[in-house]
Design a protein around this ligand. Sequence first.
Ligand code: ADP
Length: 405
Amino acid sequence: MILSLALLLLAAAFAYAWVRERGRRRAAEIRHKAELADWERRGTAEFAEQAQRSAALFDRMVEGMIVTNAAGRIQLANRAAQSFFSFDGGAIGRTLLEATRRHEIAAVAERLESETEVLGHELRLEGADQPRFLQVNALALRDAGGGRDGALFVFHDVTRLRQLEAMREEFVANVSHELRTPLSLIKSAAETMLDSGHDDPAMRLRFLEIIDRHANRLARLIDDLLFLSTLDSGRLRLESQPLALCRVAQEVIEDFQIRAVARGVKLVNGVAEDLIVQADPDRLRQVLGNLVDNAIKYGRDGGRVAVDGAIRADGRVEVIVRDDGPGLPAEAQPRIFERFYRVDKARSREQGGTGLGLAIVKHVVQAHGGEVRVESAPGAGTTFFFTLSAALTPADAPARSPAGP
Ligand code: ADP
């Protein structure tokens, strides 16, 4: 009896220990599962967040990007690529040719089959008003075992670069032409003199005048080109200071008086004496000089050229050069500040123009932080406006506080 009681107690103790251990294990198992689930949840959320960040990053890239899979179908195309080729998110799963409708891209993809290097190609896309140029760089992607695993295409918009190159080429062609014209006139005058003109003093004088005029034009052209190159490179140093606009206008008017009188043009200084601007004196004279010179050259014989100034509502000073000449055709007005643009080439050359005067005006005014514009109508004269900062004269300056430095 005692033995069976002891056995019973032992079995009960054993059963109790077994149940406790099972409970403990079960609790540990539940805890472990919960931890695993938590990890998984956090991992998925992190992964989703990472994927979202990458997608946002790709979409913010200015370069277009397309990734294809091993079957040549689009897996990923960012927003820039979508806008270059005008396809929407529906491009996923399509081939490059279907999505971009560009055979060259499909051909690059084909070449990638046998290439290990990055392949480059330039695409020209016809736009509504002007072509767009895209540099394509393509690279075959490999999986961990070295097998082909699709390709990556990056599209870089090089339109601005191509436009600048075209502008540079046009500029060089223009410069060569502009240099060659006076040079060939100098050369033919010298040759004529050498051949036949040396005996006749009147003829010799005529040819020497031609040589002198065109040599001067050549020198002006070279000066203007060198000055523009200083402006382009940002090497121009402005010595800005408060200047009485009326006085600078008067100096310019006096410089051009002889030329104006020769054409019967009246030069008028209408600038108020108390108008003070902040500018570099030599450069302001240069800008006003170019505008007054043009107004005399392209205005009318016996006409009137006026320089004026006014304070605008925003506190800046507007300088105005107005003539009563034949004016500018509407289509010429947006182009008038371009290098070598002239309405009448022959007239400009005959007047000794370089075709760079207004380009210099625009750059110098911009270097002062101002803007330049033109208003004109055929038969109603031409008016150039440019803005400068008004300078604080000692009388305008705010009184210094006694505690101030
Ligand atoms: P240019 O050396 O030919 O004078 P500019 O750059 O100074 O070169 O001027 C460009 C062109 O703008 C001139 O050739 C002329 O056709 C036109 N132009 C400039 N100023 C005037 C004006 N006041 N009236 C009419 N046309 C003008």
